[in-house]
Design a binder for this molecule. Structure first.
Ligand code: UDP
Length: 256
């Protein structure tokens, strides 16, 4: 299955619906092909604009889905519309469902360790419990929290752990840009993993530690606003949203 990629301010976004993204991943798993999936939103595309070397890194992935209405709007402004927003959170759930059906072992990497969680269980281990209840029969190969230095001995140990676990699917949930950089640097060291998913704070969402926006906010394209209400510390990061939106208009006007 080939998918069209649309260049949005330098990032080659895959023009797919959620169903098509799901089918693409399934097909590649069936064919035993290795796939990296990144899920840039406006914040991340803005980072790519400011750091072209990060843009190059993102563009290496086989599937790059627009995880935000801002990216979909930008595509429209630029006259190259894309089909729909494909939220990484939801795509991650589809992948879990596929893993359950096909018995692909999943490894969850990232999120807070047990000392940072009130219940004394790491986010990744909490997520295993939640998913085992939701998707009976799903196989988890292992977990590893995300709070350690990513280029030293502990990282080597993590690579060994994942390799020995027999995982076919790896969720890397370290936040952007750490997770994309980690996948890029370590993919070749994990020869048995077929699917690398860069999924930010999704484990926090699956476990209910961070609440997802109610549907009405999502439908109105205001998920970012709900996130800001719940996590006001994100205000600095979120300044990139208007920068991206107005920057896209300027870019379009200059190109005319
Ligand atoms: N995180 C991690 N190790 C770190 C820093 C962050 O595992 O050194 C985790 C953090 O616990 C959270 C996720 O990475 O679960 C980042 O979530 P955020 O919502 O900020 O990411 P986004 O989805 O916005 O990229």
């Amino acid at each position: 299955m080939t998918i069209e990629k649309v260049n949005i301010r330098g990032v080659n976004i895959s023009n797919v619906t959620m169903d098509e993204a799901d089918a693409f991943i399934r097909e590649r798993m069936e064919n035993d092909e290795t796939t990296s999936v990144y899920t840039p939103n406006s914040e991340i595309v803005q980072l790519c604009i400011e750091k072209p070397e990060f843009s190059d890194l993102i563009n290496k992935a086989e599937l790059i889905v627009p995880d935000g209405i801002g990216v979909v709007k930008a595509a429209k402004i630029l006259g190259t519309p894309i089909k729909e927003k494909v939220a990484g959170f939801d795509l991650g759930l589809r992948v879990m469902k596929m893993a359950q059906e096909k018995k692909y072992p999943v490894f969850l990497f990232g999120g807070a360790d047990e000392t940072r969680c009130e219940c004394g269980v790491s986010i990744a281990d909490q997520c295993v419990k939640v998913m085992e209840e939701k998707l009976p029969g799903i196989v988890f190969a292992g977990t590893r929290h995300g709070y350690f230095k990513k280029d030293g001995e502990e990282n080597d140990e993590t690579i060994r752990l994942i390799n020995e676990s027999g995982a076919k699917i790896l969720f890397v949930c370290l936040g952007c840009p750490a997770q994309e950089k980690w996948i890029d640097a370590n993919r070749d060291r994990l020869p048995n993993v077929r699917l690398f998913m860069g999924l930010g704070g999704s484990l926090d969402g699956y476990t209910g530690n961070v609440k997802r926006a109610p549907k009405v906010f999502i439908d109105l394209g205001l998920e970012w606003f709900y996130r800001l209400l719940c996590q006001p510390q994100r205000i600095g990061r979120m300044m990139s949203l208007p920068k991206f939106y107005f920057g896209t208009w300027m870019y379009k006007l200059k190109k005319k």
